[in-house]
Design a protein around this ligand. Structure first.
Ligand code: ASP
Ligand code: MG
Length: 407
């Protein structure tokens, strides 16, 4: 007998019919003798509908009230799923986040989980119930309802699995696992049987939006065995997210090609090459609450240098304004930018023990005549910034160059 936490996303519970299907799947695990805790999202589209509703009433909605509003989506699905389970003859009981007592801080709309009371869930499980918990929500120490940020049900699932020391946390979604890259760009993309936490973090932050990134961090920290599966097929074993490289069944050096179009780059030209200049440029950007991703500073020539960095595309204009405001103070000759860029990355823990990945990447792009504008690396990732119109081409040729379509 195992204790399994299953999380079902919005599309998996999008209609009464689908909720009944979820109940069937839960019943199968129950029949095998397992204890099951189910975490559900709101029915697909519901959270967006509630957000729109709020904005019609209060253009800039109060955050506390917003969380009261948004938490209702999940409250609907826990009740419906519990009813569906009962219809199958199972004992089931639903819990809101506050009823479990998923204690969070008071940062409305992006609260962090501090503690989970497991007593009630444990008692129900021991009494043979399926425990159905609303994802994405908690309660702060004063009793206010909080939510965990969009996509937060994944984090609820993982946090419950950690608190209950579950044998496995299964995330059911509308894709059947984590792929070598987006199959819409490369039809030959393959589902990975395993991927390490580190790789998953790199891939998630780079746009493989399978799991809320915070849930992956959480699972890594608390050593939760995490598996991503499709709720629409009965056969697949999905992708297992592992801790160690040794657990990897496949021996590929590169696990995937990630990409995104979410960034823009800004270049500060002809700044004096002296101590404090990076701080003078990035300090005001940070003060404006703008996150910076890649940073490149050139080697100084004739006493001046160029400084380039990337920000989220939504914050491009704001960052430019901030810098124009301090241009004279910095003593920069010119400030330019480009928001038609894309970032493409090859990711793989195998890079640690293999040389030549970067040169393969650069040669492959060169052969296609794709100009690299920026490069950055970490232990398990090499990223390049290129013109966004070559993004899909770059992803396709790199996927092939690293042999990712072969099983
Ligand atoms: N219902 C919430 C959202 O749409 C949380 C979730 O689905 O994970 O963001
Ligand atoms: Mg989701």
């Amino acid at each position: 007998m195992a204790l399994i936490v299953q999380k079902y996303g919005g599309t998996s519970v999008g209609t009464p019919e689908r909720i009944k299907n979820v109940a069937q799947r839960v019943a199968k695990f129950k029949m095998l003798g397992h204890q099951v805790v189910v975490v559900v999202s709101a029915m697909s589209g519901e959270t967006n509908r509630l957000v729109a509703l709020a904005k019609e009433v209060q253009p800039n909605p109060d955050l506390r009230e917003m969380d009261v509003l948004l938490s209702t989506g999940e409250q609907v699905t826990i009740a419906l799923l519990s009813m569906a389970l009962m219809e199958l003859g199972l004992k089931a009981r639903s819990y809101t986040g506050a009823q479990v007592k998923i204690v969070t801080d008071s940062a409305f709309s992006k609260a962090r989980i501090l503690d989970i009371e497991e007593r009630n869930m444990r008692a129900d499980l021991d009494a043979g119930h399926v425990v159905v918990v609303a994802g994405f929500q908690g309660v702060d120490e004063k009793g206010n309802i909080t939510t965990l940020g969009r996509g937060g049900s994944d984090t609820t699932g993982v946090a419950l699995a950690a608190a209950l020391k579950a044998d496995e946390c299964q995330i059911y979604t509308d894709v059947d696992g984590v792929y070598t890259t987006d199959p819409r760009v490369v039809p030959e993309a393959r589902r990975l049987k395993t991927v390490t936490f580190e790789e998953m973090l790199e891939m998630a932050s780079l746009g493989s939006k399978v799991l809320q990134i915070r849930s992956v961090e959480f699972a890594g920290k608390y050593k939760v065995k995490l598996r991503v599966l499709s709720s629409f097929d009965d056969e697949g074993e999905g992708t297992l997210i592992t801790f160690e490289e040794e657990d990897r069944m496949e021996q590929a050096i590169i696990s995937g090609i990630a990409f995104n179009r979410d960034e823009a780059k800004i270049t500060v030209l002809g700044v004096p090459d002296r101590p404090g200049i990076a701080y003078q440029i990035l300090g005001p950007v940070g003060d404006a609450n703008i996150d910076v991703d890649m940073i490149i500073q050139n080697v100084g020539a004739d006493g001046t240098t160029d400084f380039t960095f990337t920000v989220h595309r939504n914050e491009y204009k704001k960052a430019l304004e901030v810098l124009k405001g301090v241009q004279a103070h910095i003593g920069a000759r010119e400030i330019t930018g480009d928001d038609r860029i894309a970032k493409v990355s090859v990711v793989g823990v195998g890079m640690r023990s293999h040389a030549g990945i970067a040169s393969t990447m650069f040669r492959t792009l060169a052969e296609e005549g794709i100009n690299i504008q920026m490069i950055s690396t970490s232990e398990i990732k090499i990223s390049v910034v290129i013109n966004e119109k070559y993004m899909e081409l770059a992803v396709r040729v790199l996927h092939k160059a690293f042999g990712l379509e072969e099983a």
